[in-house]
Design a protein around this ligand. Structure first.
Ligand SMILES: [Zn+2]
Length: 821
């Protein structure tokens, strides 16, 4: 049997050695070729075209009956058509399908390195335990979830080995668009990797247990494992969190048995969020966990002094003494890649062993969860969601279709109404989408369609907030500005299930600026050489009926720059993603391009993605990275951006980047939340209500009200130049000359939150959420929220598109209300 060392050239975990994707793939091919206990599948292509692989490992006998075991898993996952007794029989006959994946976050290097060793041992070891695992479990493993990222990181590491920069992380995103956000994409499925894996989970293997490997900081607990922290999302079946606890405690016990101290649980990672590789499957009745093993400097060891370790746990108890959270705190010392691969190996074995020991329970539980979800859906409240069809009911029907497609990709059953029908006292047209709640993935559908009400959690009364893990709210109809009505009670309608959602082309919306699709079609027309004009309501092409050459405000192909930092910004990647999805051309500009100036001759619009202003201006400090990646745009770059605007350009500064014009351009805008403590205002990831000034050309096509995806964002006070100032303009006061408020947060504090969690809404109620500020012949657009956050909020993409369109339309610099100073 080929060992990893023989095929790869070194043993996984060897100091200062990282296998790349070709090496890991070569190993799995060799193992599958040699072992009748391993089957290897190519499951799709990564963003940059690498073949993603998945292996199924079990006993020879089980693999011979693999089709039967997959079918049992599929039947139990659905539950409909089975009695409890039949389900027990199937659970008795079946094998536990345990999914364990590695290498999702590419700078967390150890998991992808140890995956080969895990596969080798599970396939070849003749220990009693391993036989028990092979007999009872079908181990489904993806050794590298992000193949492009493994190559980016391993090749960077090798290139810096032996230099002063050994162990630094690459100055690029390790997934073309998402970087670390590749684990924030699991309901939206913007990335091809997410879609490839999702298909395997929900349409191919139907695992009962899932384990997603991660790593945390150098001074974190040696490994974080479940049990989870509060809160628990009520849309998960209770058996999910029971199962998670069982796995976590089992992992901790095994590590302790093997002398691997320092495992911590019950802390930090809550089970509220939807959207991660370990959380989205929980809403699909799959018991899903993550662990977080401490890192070093990629494959380079670190030595941690005791004093560097945290003194207290988040609970306030000592982190240096045994506690319920961590019965054996690590005292510090050297921490190598081998330490990490050893911990991950043991934790993986614990999960497989528990998979074997509780085989029948895992199988039956998956049935029970599906059964209970179907029953709850039949009871109603809600009974269904209806996404009404047509351009009367939906401002942006193509985006409503996109929402239905997202639900389908996540294995939500979606039906189409063949005829009009009445539900909940409302009449709906034919072609409306209906999501009946009586389905196994009810919890998932409900969670995406309804508003979240995250509990207000603080450390003591009035104390600092307890940070949620990632977002607190994400309601898709709000983010995407799609109407989806909850129907509480049963109704009759002539429905047909749909496999793939298709958008029927229709001139009624194709030129309508209320739709995002119209932007894409206008770009296509321009690129074809057609003439396209712009009104506040429509795109008009020279082929539109009744136009005959009378084009209003002609558009040219927009000349857009997107700033790209060597402190890689995920928002930058997502903005590129959204522009590409809607066929808006752009050029990435780096520090030297900005510093060189003369930007107005090259561009109409420059986009500054959300990024800390010091990161933009100063970049990596000298001595921390190879010289070509050091520094930012500098003050020359700041001046060049200012000149760009003054010469008629449009600068769009998103969320954190809005601090740049506020700090350096002497505009009458300041950040109302600057310096506000988190005990007074806290909103870590929620959907907030904005009122839009639809008369503004930059808000063409927008509704009067729209949700903003607010993630520790901003609100703007107007009237005070250069930072500190009064409240002028904030609460309905005079708006300074040359400033146009595009959107405000809702006036009443209790009206601001749409979904998620906010503390201190009075701090931002009624304040500007987005402004357009004149600068010489041009202007600067500032938003206090991420307009293209993770490629998700389709409802605010126009905050990106419209400034670009305006800047590329005839008469751009003089078209709206008076500018200049
Ligand atoms: Zn991670």
């Amino acid at each position: 049997m080929p060992t990893p060392e023989r095929i790869i050239g070194f043993a996984p975990g060897t100091e200062r050695k990282l296998a790349d994707f070709a090496q890991v793939t070569a190993y799995f091919k060799a193992l599958a070729a040699a072992s009748p206990r391993v089957r290897l599948y190519t499951i799709g292509k990564s963003t940059e075209g690498r073949d993603m692989i998945l292996a199924a490992i079990s006993s020879e006998a089980n693999l011979q009956r693999l089709a039967r075991f997959k079918d049992i898993a599929r039947q139990l996952a659905d539950s409909r058509g089975l009695t409890d007794a039949q389900a027990h029989q199937l659970a008795h006959e079946g094998k536990a399908i345990v999914w364990i994946d590695f290498g999702l976050h590419a700078t967390e290097v150890a998991p992808a390195q140890v995956a080969s060793e895990v596969a080798y041992q599970v396939a070849t070891s003749e220990s009693d335990e391993m036989r028990r695992i092979r007999d009872n479990v079908i181990f489904v493993t993806v050794p590298v979830m992000n193949p492009d990222g493994l190559d980016i990181v391993s090749h960077w590491y090798r290139s810096q080995l032996g230099t002063p920069y050994e162990g630094t992380t690459p100055p690029f995103l390790y997934q073309k668009y998402a970087g670390h956000d590749n684990n924030r994409d699991w309901y939206m499925q913007n990335l091809v990797e997410t879609r490839v894996i999702t298909r395997q989970l929900y349409h191919e293997w139907y695992p009962q247990v899932l384990y997603n490997q991660h790593q945390s900081g150098q001074t974190s607990p040696r490994i974080w494992t479940p049990p989870m922290d509060d809160p628990v999302n009520p849309n998960m079946h209770p058996l999910i969190n029971r199962g998670i606890t069982l796995l976590g405690v089992g992992i901790q016990e095994r590590l302790e048995q093997e002398g691997k101290i320092g495992a911590e649980g019950f802390s930090q990672y809550s089970n509220w969020w939807n959207g991660g590789m370990r959380s989205t499957p929980c809403f699909h009745n799959i018991v899903s966990i993550l662990t977080e093993t401490a890192t070093s400097r990629l494959a380079t060891p670190v030595t941690i002094a005791p004093a560097q370790l945290p003194r207290t746990l988040a609970s306030g108890e000592s982190a240096r003494e045994p506690s319920t959270w961590n019965a054996s705190p690590w005292p510090g010392g050297t921490w190598t890649l081998k330490d990490q691969t050893d911990y991950i190996f043991s934790a993986t074995m614990a999960a497989l062993r528990l998979g074997a020991d509780y085989r029948e329970d895992w199988l039956y539980n998956r049935y029970q969860m599906a059964r209970d979800q179907v029953a709850a859906g039949k009871k109603g409240d809600p009974y269904a969601y209806v996404i009404p069809a047509g351009t009367d009911a939906q401002r942006d029907w193509p985006t409503a279709v996109k929402l239905a497609e997202i639900l389908r990709m996540g294995d939500v059953e979606v039906a189409r109404a063949k005829t009009g029908f009445s539900a909940g006292g409302t009449q709906y047209a034919a072609d409306s989408f209906v999501v009946l709640m009586a389905q196994p993935n009810r919890g998932y559908a409900k969670d995406l369609l309804e508003p979240q009400h995250h509990p207000n959690r603080t450390n003591g009364p009035g104390g600092p907030p307890k940070r949620p893990y990632d977002m607190a709210g994400w309601t898709l109809p709000y983010q995407m500005n799609v109407r989806a009505d909850a129907i509480k009670t049963p109704f009759a309608a002539d429905l047909e299930a749909i496999a793939d959602v298709q958008l029927t082309p229709d001139p009624a919306y194709e030129h309508d600026r209320r739709t995002n699709l119209s932007v894409k079609l206008a770009m296509d027309s321009l690129k074809r050489g057609a003439k396209v004009g712009l009104t506040p309501l429509q795109f008009i092409t020279d082929t539109s009926p009744g136009i005959a050459g009378q084009l209003p405000r002609a558009l040219h192909v927009p000349r857009v720059a997107v700033y790209k930092s060597y402190l890689a910004s995920m928002d930058e990647g997502w903005i590129r993603y959204v522009l590409e999805e809607f066929h808006v051309p752009y050029t990435s500009v780096e520090n030297k391009d900005v510093r060189a100036g003369n930007l107005r001759t090259r561009f109409d619009t420059i986009v500054l993605p959300s990024q800390d202003v010091d990161a933009i201006v100063n970049g990596h400090p000298a001595g921390t990275m190879p010289p070509e990646y050091v520094g930012g745009i500098g003050f020359d770059g700041v001046a060049a951006l200012r000149t760009f605007a003054e010469e008629g350009g449009t600068l769009v500064a998103i969320d954190a980047a809005s601090t740049l014009p506020i700090k350096y351009f002497n505009i009458p805008v300041r950040d109302a939340l600057d310096g506000v403590r988190n005990t007074e205002f806290y909103c870590p990831g929620s959907l907030l209500r904005m009122k839009i000034d639809t008369r503004q050309p930059l808000m063409a096509g927008m509704p009067a009200e729209q949700a903003a995806f607010f993630v520790n964002g901003r609100a703007f006070d107007l009237g005070a130049r250069g930072g500190r100032g009064g409240e002028a303009g904030g609460e309905g006061g005079r708006v300074p000359e040359g400033v146009r408020v595009l959107a405000r947060y809702a006036d009443r504090p209790d009206d601001v939150l749409m979904s998620g969690w906010i503390n201190g809404a009075n701090r931002i109620a009624g304040k500007a959420a987005a402004v357009d500020v004149s600068m010489g012949l041009g202007h600067v657009v500032l938003t206090g929220f991420g307009v293209a956050f993770r490629g998700q909020p389709h409802g605010t993409f126009k905050f990106l598109f419209n400034p670009i369109l305006e800047s590329a339309a005839e008469g751009a610099a003089t078209s709206s209300s008076p500018r200049g100073r």
